[in-house]
Design a protein around this ligand. Structure first.
Ligand code: KIV
Length: 277
């Protein structure tokens, strides 16, 4: 992403802001996003120019080892979000509101959003749901807090949806469009489309003024977001079909830790160069 200066030459973006998301959509520049849960990876992703970092409730799986995102709490996500916000010098940091922290209504949603904004340094919050979350989004936005919406497959509702099911296929596209319009009208600055057929995602992207961010939503969206441990080859177990594997960190770390153990057992580590005189 870049910004147009007075001389009409693109200037590098110092800090990504909501207006850059909008400009990216208008100029056809694709937005990149990754999840991040700690200071070290956030620094790497920020230095690499990733536009936004989502401290996702996927931390429930990737950090805390649960089967779903449902058990993760506000108190667990706050310190992770703070660490990412400290690390990110350019990237826009989005705090995910966990299951059970916003659904009862706009007051609860705003209270939770305040906590994340005050206690972490995040720049926006994300919450799941289209029409059903529109009033929550409206209230949070009216307090000056940017909201990234999330429709399609919403993992916090996985039991209600009957598992990891693609959403917005066939006739369901009407509901997807309704959800998309509802979050846009409520003031969301961007919307995540998760596990949606490529054609449906393309349709939503054409319909909306705000940018769409795809997670398993094909190429015709305004940006792409992935859970970083998936593409880096660190996640164990099932990896969604839409993930391209860019690294094998599981293999690299396994090899490294095996070498460390073997060196300790054989007495070749530490060597004199690792010892104080
Ligand atoms: O928590 C998360 O990582 C997410 C993305 C997958 C959209 O919500």
């Amino acid at each position: 992403m870049s910004e147009t200066s007075d001389a009409s030459t693109p200037a590098p973006v110092k800090r990504v802001r909501t207006r850059h998301f909008q400009q990216a959509k208008e100029r056809g520049i694709r937005i990149t996003g990754l999840t991040s849960y700690d200071y070290l990876t956030a620094r790497i992703f920020d230095d690499a120019g990733v536009d936004f970092l989502l401290v996702g409730d996927s931390a429930g799986n990737t950090v805390f080892g649960h089967d779903t995102t449902l058990p993760v709490t506000i108190d667990e996500l706050l310190p992770l979000t703070r660490a990412v916000a400290i690390a990110a010098k350019r990237a826009f940091v989005v705090a995910d509101l966990p299951f059970g922290s916003y659904e009862t209504g706009p007051d609860e949603a705003l209270h939770t959003a305040f906590r994340f904004m005050k206690e972490t340094g995040a720049h926006a919050v994300k919450l799941e749901g289209g029409v059903r979350s529109a009033e929550q989004i409206r209230r949070i936005v009216s307090a000056g807090i940017p909201v990234m919406a999330h429709i399609g497959f919403t993992p916090q509702s996985e039991h209600g949806l009957g598992g990891h099911m693609i959403q917005g296929r066939g006739d369901q596209v009407k509901q997807l469009l309704e959800d998309a319009r509802a979050v846009q009208d409520a003031g969301a600055f961007a919307v995540v489309l998760e596990m949606v057929p490529a054609d449906s995602a393309a349709l939503v992207t054409q319909e909306l003024r705000i940018p769409t961010i795809g997670v398993g939503a094909g190429p015709e969206v305004d940006g792409q977001l992935l859970v970083w441990t998936d593409w880096a080859g660190l996640t164990s177990g099932r990896i969604p079909r839409f993930v391209r594997k860019y690294a094998d960190l599981h293999g690299i770390l396994t090899e490294a830790v095996t070498a460390f153990r073997s060196d300790v057992e054989s007495g070749t580590y530490p060597g004199p160069e690792h010892s104080y005189e």
